[in-house]
Design a binder for this molecule. Sequence first.
Ligand code: ADP
Length: 190
Amino acid sequence: MRLVLLGPPGAGKGTQASKLSQLLTIPQLSTGDMLRAAVSEGTAIGQQAAEIMQRGELVPDQLVVGLIAERIGRSDAARGFILDGFPRTVAQAESLDEVLENQELDWVLELKVDEQYLLNRILGRAMQARESGAVVRADDNEGALSVRLTAYTDQTKPLTDYYAARGLLKTIDASQTVDRVTAALVGAIG
Ligand code: ADP
């Protein structure tokens, strides 16, 4: 099964992608995780991406398309995958179509939550991490978060129309508990 998870920052894409990955035994491919790993390893891609990510902006399309194309080509993704955080622009979605050639996506799952809820979720997550001594994401602060939300609204949200036109879009209410959202996702793809 080839799935895309779409949703604003803080909607729970990573949490749900990981749950679906276990349930369906297909890998979770997160461009955010790949980029954060590249930043902490100090690779050329990481060096290009670090400051952009810290500001909350999107990194250039060709950079993430290269990462994801390489990852989709590996053998563990042959049976399917869950894309978490990619595509994020219409240009990335078009590149994904090219990478997939004649393999079709099965579903694009949109996690929908209202904005006020997102701010509280992310700032709460950062505060908890800070208190427990865990690492706080460099972009989990009010300034970067508002840039991330604007990037979502302006650049990523238009993808819902792109995929709805192809009959691939399912929208899920992501303000429910984690388990209920997972159940709704499983129901949507069943
Ligand atoms: P969130 O959805 O909470 O913003 P992610 O981990 O998906 O978190 O992404 C973190 C950051 O990584 C983004 O703000 C952006 O800078 C970069 N990024 C991740 N995926 C992409 C992508 N597909 N295209 C461009 N930038 C990306």
